[in-house]
Design a protein around this ligand. Sequence first.
Ligand code: UGA
Length: 435
Amino acid sequence: MKLSVIGCGYLGAVHATAMASLGHEVVGVDVDAARIEMLRAGRAPFFEPGLDQLLSETVQGGALTFSSEISEAAGAAAHFIAVGTPQRAEGDGADLSYVDGAIESLIPILRPGDLVIGKSTVPVGTANRLAESIRPTGAHLLWNPEFLREGFAIKDTLEPDRLVYGVANVGSAADDVALLDQIYRSVLAKGTPRIVTDYATAELVKVSANAFLATKISFINAMAEIAEVTGADVTQLADAIGFDARIGRRFLNAGIGFGGGCLPKDIRAFSARAEELGVGQAVQFLHEVDAINLRRRHRVAGLVIDAFDGDARGHHVALLGLAFKPDSDDTRDSPALDVARRLHEAGATVHAFDPAANETARRVAPDLRFANSVDEAVQRAELIVIATEWKQFRDLSPSELATQTPARTIVDARNCLDPATWRAAGWTYHGMGRP
Ligand code: UGA
């Protein structure tokens, strides 16, 4: 089937590649000409395990093309909207200008019966409004939120936990549902659950899933705060409550808190939308979730500054990890980068190293010093912070590291090291919510 994907950022580039790998003829469209050039050359514009290979295979095989001209999308049976919905420059709400722009640019090429499929994360009520604007073309709108995680993007697209189809009228959308079923035929053949619902539910499924995950992380980080004053161990607490299948152990890792291009802005946009709808109180707790999360960054910076007796000026700190999570080069709202900045502002010299995110971090924080390896970062360090739990850092040997650095203090902001091993090797170990 001929498909178009409008917006070739994280979501769009992955979706276009995955759809082409299923055998569809896909054109990806983006206004960023440099990005289109890279994609055409079969190179992913960001770090995502496995994407480069699948992208170059599908581009070389001819199934996947890219263009900065929307006219190239004409004739596709379905157009996926995969543009970003970042936080507005002013306020907490979502900036919908890219979604509105994508729909506006599509309208002249839409034909009766075409399907427009929204994948972007939008405030509830958006799909209804967009459906109205495309109605005169005779095309239909379906909202199909995306749940992929960075680092697992291909797998999450081809083997999702579930598919959600939001339609204007569940009783009369059989053709649209059948068309999307055909697109996802091999995904559905694996037994993936599929829920057909109204627009509002589909939009809310996405934001409530992210709000739930954010709440789970902030819950355990709140327990870490309690553990810090009582001498309890939050990692053991998480293991123990996690054995209860109703609670579950996943997303219960206390540490530096959540970041990235999704969870933080999605909970803020959700609160802002609920307030607009007059039900702000229903998600009032998300403000607390946000506040707990931001306190963890403050706590990590505080631990470091305390280690220098309250004054970090003139001290050297190695900060390992800048990405918001491992296996990513994304530093959007990254807690690791935030801590690096705070320490820099407190007067410390920060020697930062990330296996993938040095360049993305350098663009937004050029004042930091960037090292090309762990060895280089720790050379002059008096203290080391593990800010992102890359495998390379989790596997560090305390005795070996001690031969490369004068530092003997480690702040494990991700609780990813074994305190006993590090202490036995002569290190002063500080975790998050653990004694
Ligand atoms: C998140 C959701 O997990 C996806 O389902 C969703 O599709 C995506 O947002 C989106 O809306 O596009 P992602 O931003 O890739 O995916 O990252 P996560 O794996 O959810 O991690 C988010 C943050 O939480 C990271 O900073 C991570 O380090 C942190 N985290 C995660 C914790 O601090 N503790 C945990 O136990 C788990």
